[in-house]
Design a protein around this ligand. Structure first.
Ligand code: CAA
Length: 259
């Protein structure tokens, strides 16, 4: 079934897919259906051997202005517990291929959390990142207190979470939250360029390297190093390792197949 709130483009030649959040009338507020469609789309792209990297964007005005407040406002704690809306986020987190967020305009609440769930963030100079949940009587619920703190440190995360203050793209860049800032006209192009740069690498090595970097967030150094080493050794079972090293020795560009 065609998703109602997403537009999906796939560039077969470059192995890059692009998912655009498409609920502009509500600044791409992340309702349950949109998140479920996103989970399904990412699962399908993750399983598609033609796809090696995925760009996730909104539109110029908003990446996403957070979870859908209209949908949540009247709910009880038991409704929230039973619906367990963040379980879709757990599924999205399992995406093995690299995800690059292309952010312009608002990335607030769940929108900021969704961008942080991606592996890299390219932002337009109009991007604004924030966790304003405190202003509506709640707090971040999809990773904002954890991923933001790890990305930009306690002092800055605490201020954003406790005051709801937005930060600009330049501030986010200086704080280490995002990878780069571009003029508005170029943010999507720049994100796709970054995705293409990753997509020419060995897809297996990319997936295992992503997995190892993410391991750094929830393991001790010793465990993380052990995990990294196992993935490094494991890659020697791949044809891409043979091809990559042979191509280096023959002074030519490698042709990786993901095998
Ligand atoms: N949920 C539902 N609808 C939203 C929304 C949201 N998070 N954000 C914006 N909208 C809707 C508005 O209600 C409005 O709809 P109508 O035209 O039907 O009234 C439309 O999008 C345009 O928004 P505004 O008129 O408010 O636009 P603005 O330019 O004046 O303000 C804004 C933009 C500052 C982003 C403001 O919309 C805003 O503060 N939005 C809410 C941001 C927020 O609190 N996000 C956190 C949500 S909770 C969360 O995300 C929990 C979590 O951890 C997952």
């Amino acid at each position: 079934m065609q998703p109602e709130f997403l537009i999906i483009h796939q560039q077969v030649a470059t192995h890059v897919a692009h998912i655009q959040l498409n609920r502009p009338e509500a600044l791409n507020a992340l309702n349950l259906q949109l998140m479920s469609e996103l989970k399904d789309a990412l699962k399908a792209l993750d399983a598609d051997p033609q796809v090696r990297a995925v760009v996730l964007s909104g539109n110029e005005k908003a990446f996403a202005a957070g979870a859908d407040i209209t949908q949540m406002a009247g709910k009880s704690a038991i409704d929230m517990y039973n619906t367990d809306q963040f379980s879709t986020w757990d599924a999205i987190k399992k995406t093995k291929k690299p995800l690059i967020a292309a952010v312009s305009g608002f990335a607030l609440g769940g929108g900021c959390e969704l961008a942080m769930l991606c592996d890299m963030i390219v932002a337009s100079e109009t991007a604004r990142f924030g966790q304003p949940e405190i202003k509506i009587g709640v707090m971040p619920g999809a990773g904002g207190t954890q991923r933001l703190t790890r990305a930009i440190g306690k002092a800055r995360a605490m201020e954003m979470v406790l005051t709801g203050r937005f930060i600009t793209a330049e501030e986010a860049l200086a704080a280490g939250l995002i990878n780069r800032v571009t003029p508005v006209a170029l943010y999507l192009e720049e994100a796709v360029k970054l995705a293409k740069e990753v997509a020419v690498m060995s897809p297996l090595a990319v997936k295992m390297a992503k997995e190892a970097v993410l391991k750094a967030f929830d393991s001790s150094l010793e465990e993380g190093l052990h995990f990294e080493r196992r993935n490094f050794y494991l890659l020697f079972a791949s044809e891409d390792q043979k091809e990559g090293m042979q191509a280096f020795l023959e002074k030519r560009a490698p042709a990786f197949k993901g095998e």
